[in-house]
Design a protein around this ligand. Structure first.
Ligand SMILES: *Cc1c(COP(=O)(O)O)cnc(C)c1O
Length: 377
């Protein structure tokens, strides 16, 4: 059994994907070929923003936005304590201080009440200037942008939506990657919309920011590649990956999103009486990068994981450690609050296999194994 079944997906899309790759080989435009621009137009339209700027990976996408915003030493950027390392890493890379904010244990996303408390604390201490918030759409569920936007307005902060796991999610009829002043996503193979290597994108309605990021991604280019107006990076999406994403995007919107939602729903129906299943607030739609349950304590979680492993069912612990406890941030500028919910989650979460090609019978089997194990305790 696969945790995220990319092989089945390839088997189903093989003829189209092989053809798309062959076309790139025939056309010979491996860097910034026409497929890159076509994909950018398709994704911008789908998300509902003016600009999509693809790049080499999701981490670079985050980094390029912070570069364009001139985030620097002395600035504070607010990041959830429960996320993938990259969300905080890019803040430190800019020399700024990541402030790790506790999350809402029901949605796994940054808690707006605790965000405001963290902001007040940083302002009172006066060492850092609050500049931006990077909410994360963890496991595919958009963060609470209506509340976060109110706080950003009040404190004059920029919002960068980390939609690396969130592409395809929605709040009402607004799509993930359209919230905040800018948003990013990742096309890492296991993300909701993945390519066959690394890839990422920035989304924004801000014309000036888009122009800056288009420049930053190609060595700070001006009117041409050999006219350099700022220090940038080299972070382009390969034409080959863009061509693969064009095929995968069709499948994603036509049936994958719907199928993965049905898989998640079946899990929740079967498991909700025995464990804490993911909470999707009213009006929210998840793209289910992960399906994550919460157990009663660490012993129960670890023993369940072990039992499932023996039965050939792969599971993952996203994430075993709060960001503020990562060694990389220990000597840095990272500022931790009392993040008790995050610590609680790290000991209790377990992510189950979930993807659009997961069979109903497999889900039933996994649920039966879980229920049997919990019943035996
Ligand atoms: C995967 C991920 C990233 C980084 O994306 P890459 O394409 O792997 O660089 C950033 N933030 C979150 C929340 C992620 O899950």
């Amino acid at each position: 059994m696969e945790f995220r079944d990319l092989k089945t997906q390839y088997r189903i899309l093989k003829s189209q994907i092989d053809k798309a790759i062959q076309t790139v080989l025939n056309e010979g435009q491996f860097i910034m070929g026409r497929q890159v621009q076509e994909l950018e137009e398709t994704l911008a339209e789908y998300v509902g923003v003016k600009h999509c700027i693809t790049c080499a990976n999701g981490t670079d996408a985050l980094y390029m936005v912070l570069m364009a915003w001139n985030i620097k030493a002395g600035d504070a950027v607010f990041v959830p304590d429960f996320t993938f390392f990259a969300t905080g890493e890019v803040v430190s890379l800019m020399g700024a201080a990541p402030v790790f904010v506790d999350v809402d244990p029901a949605t796994f996303n940054i808690d707006p009440v605790k965000l405001e408390a963290a902001l007040q604390k940083v302002l009172k201490e006066g060492r850092y200037q609050p500049k931006a918030i990077i909410p994360v759409d963890l496991f595919g569920l958009p963060a609470n942008y209506p509340e976060i936007a109110k706080i950003a307005d009040k404190f004059k902060l920029l919002i960068l939506e980390d939609g690396a796991q969130g592409f395809g999610g929605q709040i009402g009829n607004r799509c993930a990657c359209s919230f905040g002043n800018a948003a990013i996503t990742s096309f890492f193979p296991a993300k909701p919309l993945g390519c066959y290597g690394d890839g990422g994108a920035v989304f924004t309605d801000d014309d000036e920011l888009a122009e800056k990021i288009r420049s930053i991604r190609i060595h700070g280019k001006g009117t041409s590649r050999y006219d350099n107006v700022r220090i940038g990076v080299n972070s382009r999406l390969d034409t080959m990956q863009a061509a693969i994403l064009q095929v995968k995007f069709q499948a994603f919107t036509e049936y994958e999103l719907e199928n993965v939602n049905q898989a998640a729903q079946l899990y929740s129906e079967r498991l909700k009486a025995a464990v804490k299943t993911p909470v999707i607030p009213e009006g929210y739609y998840s793209s289910w990068a992960q399906y994550t349950i919460r157990l009663e304590n660490k012993e129960q979680r670890d023993s369940l994981q072990e039992k499932l492993k023996v039965q050939g069912i792969p599971t993952m612990i996203y994430y075993p450690k709060p960001m503020h406890r990562q060694k990389a941030f220990a000597d840095g500028e990272g500022l931790a609050q009392d993040n008790s919910e995050t610590g609680y989650l790290c000991d209790r979460v377990l992510s189950l296999p979930v993807h659009p090609y997961l069979e109903k019978s497999t889900i039933v089997y996994i649920c039966d194994e879980i229920l049997e194990h919990l019943g035996e305790e």
